[in-house]
Design a protein around this ligand. Structure first.
Ligand SMILES: [Zn+2]
Ligand SMILES: [Zn+2]
Length: 212
């Protein structure tokens, strides 16, 4: 498939990394990774920011990078075209319904030169035992990692493969029913029947806990 001028110009309309930082709340290597994945996916599938559910993403992690994916690709948890299967892997599949194509992107950050120092410092920072000098050094290394991720040649950090899988099914609209215990409205498909009454999941679990 050849890229038309119109398609390539879409690239300029992606939200910037700064916009992702504003959405996410801080700049971090994970967000930078998600940004590279998201822009690579859009380019490789030749899609602009999708309308409705044209593009679907299945993320195999629920970490920071997912926020950049939501911001750039428009695949969001709320619309149902971002599905998170948290396997703790930096891998993301994208399905273009219109183009009938799918790709899987696996992140390989490789071994960063300062990795072991980063790991040692991270442990200290998160256990509250780092002094101010170590805090500063940690932040500096984190910033350097982030910049490396944003500027690295794509093939060094991402492996992109075409896949033949079908996209997950479209989000369906469920009818609502009233939970027999709390009286709140709940999607029918998310209810459980306990002793003949239809309950929402928290109520069903509370009832079962009492029985045990
Ligand atoms: Zn983050
Ligand atoms: Zn309930």
């Amino acid at each position: 498939m050849c890229e038309t001028g119109e398609r390539t110009s879409f690239h300029q309309h992606y939200p910037s990394f700064e916009a992702c930082v504003a959405f996410h709340g801080h700049a971090c290597p994970g967000l930078a990774t998600g940004y590279r994945v998201a822009t690579a996916a859009m380019r490789s599938l030749g899609v602009a920011r999708p309308y409705d559910e044209e593009l679907v993403c299945v993320a195999e992690t629920d970490a920071c990078g997912v926020d950049a994916i939501q911001m750039v690709t428009g695949c969001t948890a709320g619309k149902g075209n971002l599905v998170i299967h948290d396997y703790g892997k930096h891998a993301f599949s994208f399905f273009s319904r219109e183009g009938r194509r799918a790709i899987r992107i696996v992140v390989s950050r490789g071994t960063m030169p300062d990795q072991s120092e980063m790991d040692t410092l991270r442990n200290k920072v998160f256990s509250g035992t780092a002094d101010s000098r170590e805090h500063a050094r940690f932040n500096m290394l984190k910033q350097a990692t982030l910049e490396r991720i944003l500027t690295a040649p794509e093939h060094e950090i991402l492996t992109i493969n075409e896949i033949r899988e079908k996209p997950p099914r479209k989000a369906r609209i469920f009818k609502s029913v009233t939970c027999a215990r709390c009286g709140e409205s709940v999607a029918d498909a998310k209810t459980r029947v306990i002793d003949g009454s239809r309950l929402c999941i928290p109520c069903a679990e509370a009832t079962q806990r009492k029985v045990q």
